[in-house]
Design a protein. Structure first.
Length: 161
C-alpha cells in the first residue's frame, strides 16, 4: 500500500448547483461551431447575443434578457457578413451597440432597437475594413467611449455613431 496525499479539486466544499427550470432557459438556438478561440455569446444588461449556424454567411441572434423559453426557428437574426462570424462584443458605454468580426475580413458595428429585433437586420451602422485576412478578435476600449481594437495587428478605430 502506497501513501498518496489527498487533494481537493475545489476549495469550495459546500457549493452545489441547481438546474434551472425550463421556463427560465433559452432553448432552440443553433449555436455555431466556428468561433475557434473566442466565446460564442455576449451579454449585457439588456440583451444576450449568440453566434449561430447559418448558410451563406455568418449571423447571430440578439435576444432581450427578460425573454426566455424556446425560440422560433425563424427568429430574426443579424446577418450582414459574407463569412462566418468569429467574435461579438457589446459596447460598454452604449447597451444597444454591438460589434461583430468575421472571416470576410470585416468588422461591423450594429445598433439593436430597444425592444429587440422584429425582422432580420442586414445593414450595419458602421463597416470597418483594413485587414487582408480573417478578423478573429475584437475588443471595445474599457474606459474610452467608441474605441474598438481588432485582431493581432492592433488596428484601432474611432467609432463615431
Amino acid at each position: 500500500m502506497s501513501w498518496r496525499p489527498t487533494y481537493r479539486s475545489s476549495k469550495f466544499r459546500n457549493v452545489y448547483g441547481k438546474v434551472a427550470n425550463r421556463e427560465n432557459c433559452f432553448d432552440g438556438i443553433p449555436i455555431t461551431k466556428n468561433v475557434h478561440d473566442n466565446h460564442f455569446c455576449a451579454v449585457n444588461s439588456k440583451f444576450l447575443a449568440v453566434v449561430t449556424e447559418s448558410a451563406g454567411g455568418g449571423s447571430f441572434i440578439v435576444i432581450p434578457v427578460p425573454q426566455s423559453g424556446r425560440l422560433d426557428s425563424h427568429y430574426p437574426k443579424v446577418c450582414g457578413h459574407q463569412g462566418n462570424v468569429l467574435d461579438i462584443k457589446w459596447n460598454p458605454f452604449f447597451e444597444n451597440i454591438i460589434a461583430s468580426c468575421s472571416e470576410d475580413t470585416s468588422v461591423r458595428v450594429w445598433e439593436i432597437p430597444d425592444g429587440g429585433l422584429r425582422r432580420n437586420m442586414t445593414e450595419a451602422v458602421l463597416e470597418l475594413y483594413g485587414h487582408s485576412r480573417r478578423v478573429g478578435l475584437i475588443e471595445w476600449h474599457p474606459t474610452s467611449s467608441g474605441i474598438l481594437f481588432k485582431d493581432k495587428n492592433a488596428l484601432l478605430y474611432d467609432c463615431v455613431i
